[in-house]
Design a protein around this ligand. Structure first.
Ligand code: HEM
Ligand code: FES
Length: 776
């Protein structure tokens, strides 16, 4: 250890963190050297523990672990996205190598954990996944709902008059285990034994047991292995048995080369843990998080329609799988860091899930967050959790039943303990209390009836919106109305970053507007141009909104972020495009960065914020007005760009296309733009033709009808795919195309990217006619 590393290990001067913790303000190299996921800060809160890494060193080597740690959202996603370059083969490897004694014990039981699904390489993995997928499609999972509700209600009945319980012990451990066994078709006879086996498997695979503990764990893991073998034999004797493992066993008989004997035995052991520990821990995290964010809990009690998104936000903010593994199969780079062939990666989803480069105000818990579902807790790509919709279903039912029957539930005073390991996270116990005299069902029998049932699958974004109130309206310029919005209950609205937008839901319209006030204020400000030729949203707002009106909004989201590393920023706004640009200028000024601001419009009276721009950004500002014959000289602007300078532009399509052409030969990342409107006003079925898509990974061939999009066709087939704007503006619904000609209709891809024909925005772009083969 170097003397610097010793200084860090002795404790953090800024946070008072304990010896093994990483110092938030320290030298990133020291923090990397000191990183230890088995104790200290990571065990307390993995996302917080890696904040320094997200900010300063997003990919680093941790010598204690022998792994490269990846902490940013985009980097983690790019690793998950490529299962060939980043093989999952080390996913179930013992992260702490077995001692020779433990090895001997494991061998004495014939232990042979090998390939399952989660650690299998391509192409074998996909071939197997396809054969075994049927049981997980939404229509099949719907059939399990009643059982989940019945089990949940029985457990609640047993403790509802007690006034205090450990929720893990009394419900959250056993229900997911019973659901898992039922789904798998495994006999329910050895619940207690399975508990100790699962624990041993987690410690064995992701923990750091002492040499002494290794021996105990090796015996339990060995017994678990043998138990799994016996269960398979029992199940083989029931050829008509129901459940996924029975199906797997039948497939093993039918296609022994695809679903091998070794796979069946390894899977039997791994799936029991995968299917229940994950869900138990996630559910315990969910109740802990909601009860410590009382307003969120109360909102759910008052409005159960919030439950599906609240579950996603809990999975994002406090998921049960906080880190996963991959191994590089060739020399490569992640986040600009070169990695050798064979490099082992610990991708920390908990950290990515709070990365503010993807989630606005990422370390704040917000059940109204409209992109919570983008979390990485289920992994991503070819290996994304097959059971995610079972986990979601259970968590929703737990929450629906508990918030209805025990709205007065409180978290008891307690200190929480966690099993020290890299990946599985949730409290060992979760004590809650309530006054049984206040149980709603004592006075009203209807309180026993579920208020809401939720369709299986990810929540729909259109169902997520927060209630706000129009606090003030003002005229910012001719035809431009300024709005100040406040939370309907007077709470602070979430923080946002320069370039962010919200989506206002007013009347029948949903329209996006960039935020342009102070990002740290508790309220939001937007400026809205009246567009008489548009779809009517802005006209409606101009004509009908009054101070005090209650409306809804989605967001904030940010698809137009400032790269913090530019040497100089050229900000260009056309007309109402000034709104995000103003927020950017404010931020750059506050940070003392070098910037210039160009704002053009038809005339000064039609341009918003001119007085404020002059007052706050006068020395950096140039205004251009058509009626004064002053025009932007875009070629000169681009020609004058210094090294490392970047352009950020928002405005009409003509302006953006001109800048795109002028910057076509400059390095990638020089030009950033945002459209504040789109011409994708929806599909006109009369002008469209149907075509086929083939999903290469899952082997499905689907028809995209003339009145639907590629995105909706894929979602309807039960495959999760992110989407935000649904208008070709945000890039979140992108899918890689392996074959076929694309009719690009989005505003995201550059001209070069379009001509490469490799990526499609599934919400709006289509095929030019023939079949598209998609990497899904
Ligand atoms: C894979 C998380 C519930 C079955 C995974 C992966 C994660 C995960 C992180 C690896 C993803 C990757 O490598 O990209 C979770 C969480 C759950 C949950 C957080 C609950 C909240 C379930 C349930 C089942 C299940 C209930 C089954 C009944 C599977 C299977 C895979 C998997 C079969 C392997 C998929 C493949 O490699 O193709 N899960 N899981 N999971 N999970 Fe889950
Ligand atoms: Fe935004 Fe498709 S969902 S581009």
């Amino acid at each position: 250890m170097t003397s610097k590393a010793k200084a860090t290990a002795a404790g953090c001067p800024f946070s008072g963190a304990a010896a093994q913790d990483t110092c938030p303000m320290g030298d990133p190299a020291d923090n990397a050297r000191a990183f230890n996921p088995f104790e200290g800060a990571y065990q307390l809160d993995p996302a917080k523990a890696l904040r320094w890494s997200r900010d300063q060193l997003p990919v680093f080597f941790a010598p204690e672990l022998g792994y490269w740690v990846v902490s940013r959202y985009d980097d983690i996603k790019s690793v998950f996205r490529d299962p060939v370059l980043f093989s999952p083969k080390n996913v179930l490897e013992k992260i702490t190598p077995a001692t020779p004694e433990a090895m001997e014990i494991l061998q004495s039981y014939g232990y042979g954990m090998n390939k399952t699904l989660v650690n299998e390489d391509e192409p074998a993995h996909m071939e197997r996944r396809r054969v075994l997928l049927d049981h997980f499609v939404p229509s099949e999972l719907e059939k399990h709902k009643d059982m989940v509700r019945r089990l949940t209600r029985e457990k609640i009945d047993a403790f509802i008059n007690e006034g205090r319980t450990d929720l893990v012990e009394s419900m959250l451990y056993e229900v997911p285990l019973l659901v898992a066994l039922h789904f798998l078709g495994v006999p329910e006879d050895e619940i207690e034994t399975l508990k100790s086996f699962s624990l041993a498997h987690s410690v064995n695979t992701w923990g750091k047991p002492t040499d002494e503990k290794q021996i105990e764990v090796a015996h339990d893991v060995g017994r678990f292995w043998q138990y799994a073998g016996q269960v398979i034999e029992k199940m083989r004797a029931e050829p008509e048995g129901t459940g996924w493992m029975h199906h797997t066993i039948r497939m093993n008989a039918k296609m022994p080369d695809v679903v091998t004997d070794s796979y069946v035995h390894s899977m039997m052991m791994a799936i029991i843990v995968a299917a229940h520990e994950t869900t138990s821990l996630a559910s315990a995290n969910m109740f802990k998080t909601l009860l410590t964010h009382r307003e969120a809990w109360e909102d759910i009690c008052a409005d159960p329609s919030l439950i599906p998104n609240a579950v996603e936000e809990c999975l994002r903010y406090a998921g049960s799988i906080v880190a996963w593994r991959r191994q590089a199969t060739a020399p490569t780079s992640v986040g600009g860091v070169d990695l050798p062939e064979g490099a082992k990666l610990l991708v920390v989803q908990a950290s990515g899930n709070q990365d503010e480069r993807h989630f606005e105000d990422g370390d704040t818990f917000d059940i109204y967050r409209d992109n919570a579902v983008d979390h990485l807790t289920f992994g991503y790509g070819a290996h994304q959790c097959m059971g995610k919709n079972i986990g979601r279903m259970e968590m929703r039912i737990f929450l629906e039943e508990m918030s209805r029957r025990l709205p007065h539930l409180q978290l008891s005073e307690q200190s929480f303990s966690y099993l020290p390991n890299t990946s599985f996270r949730g409290p060992d116990e979760l004590w809650v209390e309530w006054d049984p005299a206040r149980n709603p069902e004592r006075v009203d029998n209807t309180a026993l009836e579920p208020r809401r049932d939720f369709a299986v699958g990810a929540p729909a974004r259109r169902d997520i919106a927060r209630k706000v109130r129009v606090a003030e309206l003002r005229q910012e310029a001719d035809d431009i109305l300024g709005l100040t919005l406040e939370d309907a209950q007077g709470r602070p609205l979430p923080k946002w970053s320069a370039g962010a937008h919200i989506e206002l839901c007013v009347g029948d319209f949903d329209r996006k507007y960039s935020l342009c006030g102070d990002p740290d204020s508790d309220s939001y400000q937007v400026a809205i141009l009246r567009e008489d030729t548009g779809r009517g949203g802005s006209r409606f707002i101009h004509e009908t909104l009054k101070a005090g009106d209650a409306i809804k909004l989605r967001g904030p989201s940010n698809l137009f972020r400032l790269d913090p590393d530019a040497a100089h920023y050229v900000l260009v706004a056309g007309g109402i495009g000034i709104t995000p640009i103003l927020a950017m200028a404010d931020r750059l000024k506050a940070e003392g960065r070098s910037y210039e601001l160009h704002h053009a419009g038809r005339s000064l009276t039609t341009m918003a914020f001119t007085a404020r721009l002059k007052a706050d950004h006068g020395s950096a500002l140039t205004l251009y007005a058509d009626d004064e014959q002053t025009f932007m000289d875009l070629p000169a602007m681009v020609a004058g760009l210094g090294k490392g300078a970047q352009i950020y532009a928002c405005g009409p399509q003509g302006l953006l296309r001109a800048l795109e052409d002028l910057t076509a030969d400059l390095p990638d990342g020089t030009f950033h733009f945002e459209h504040f409107s789109t011409s994708n006003a929806g599909l006109d079925p009369e002008k469209e033709t149907a075509f086929e898509i083939e999903l290469v990974d899952s082997g499905m061939v689907l028809e995209v009808a003339n009145d639907t999009t590629v995105l909706d066709t894929i979602l309807a087939a039960g495959i999760d795919i992110a989407c935000d704007c649904r208008e070709g503006l945000c890039g979140s619904c992108e899918v890689a195309v392996q074959e076929g000609d694309i009719d690009h209709r989005d505003m995201v891809l550059t001209r070069t990217e379009r001509s490469e024909n490799k990526r499609i925005m599934t919400c709006c772009s289509r095929s030019t006619g023939g079949k598209l083969k998609l990497a899904l």
